[in-house]
Design a protein around this ligand. Sequence first.
Ligand code: AMP
Length: 283
Amino acid sequence: MQTITTVAELRRELAKACSAGKRVGLVPTMGYLHDGHLALVEASRAQCDVTVVSIFVNPTQFGPNEDLSSYPRDFVRDEKLCRDAGVEIVFAPGAQEVYPAQFETFVEPGELAKPLCGAFRPGHFRGVATVVCKLFNMVHPDVVFFGQKDFQQCAVVRRMATDLNLPIKIVTVPTVREPDGLAMSSRNRHLSKEERRRAVAIGRGLFAAAEEFRAGVREVEKLIAIAERQLETVDRLQYLELVDGDTLKRAESPLRFPAALCVAAYVGSTRLIDNVLLGLPTP
Ligand code: AMP
């Protein structure tokens, strides 16, 4: 495994892979890797010849009062996890490499970036779309892997790839969870023991609603209320919304299209997000 920090060196290495006709997979991450990230690596290894994991805590997707400086980092551990997982290249550029002085060009997503997290994190998806677009141009992957946990991010990135004619296959990998249902997240490490116990309510709420959905319930308010009941133990519910799976607009009763129940909640001072898909055949 190679660790590369500059775009020039990355291009040199990947040119070799490309001329050998190898299929390149990209797994973009912000590091502090866990089994969720490793599921993306596994998917890439299954579908591609060379897997590149990027590790970059992207400053442009954090708001001024968000947790950029306290975002968990452990590069040595990340490198070991990648090596053990069979990754060929870890790309870990510094902030200057990605955003050199006088950088001023951004990718501006549209309506998909407005609800849910977008409503509470102004500029977040602009930062995400920009860094993902830049990573696509640096790596030129054939396939890129994202986690279902960041449902809105997947929607924004897919839209961007279509709108900007980026010739890249995008694969979404199901959310990997702890045995008690908590979605794995780098931010889980900020939870105290007591908070960790209460955080389990997030997955429970979503699963309770999904079960009712499977039992035939199609009323939006009813499904939200079922999840909300479980979520009483979180400290602050930022949003709990049932949205159309394609447009991310609020779903209407009775549900007739694939939908996603999405949540953002604070447990202590840690903000966690999660979602479940409520699948219905598109009529
Ligand atoms: P992050 O490092 O949190 O920016 O995440 C990097 C990638 O890993 C994103 O595509 C996430 O959606 C994905 N990811 C994060 N947590 C999980 C999880 N629990 N299961 C599956 N994918 C995940």
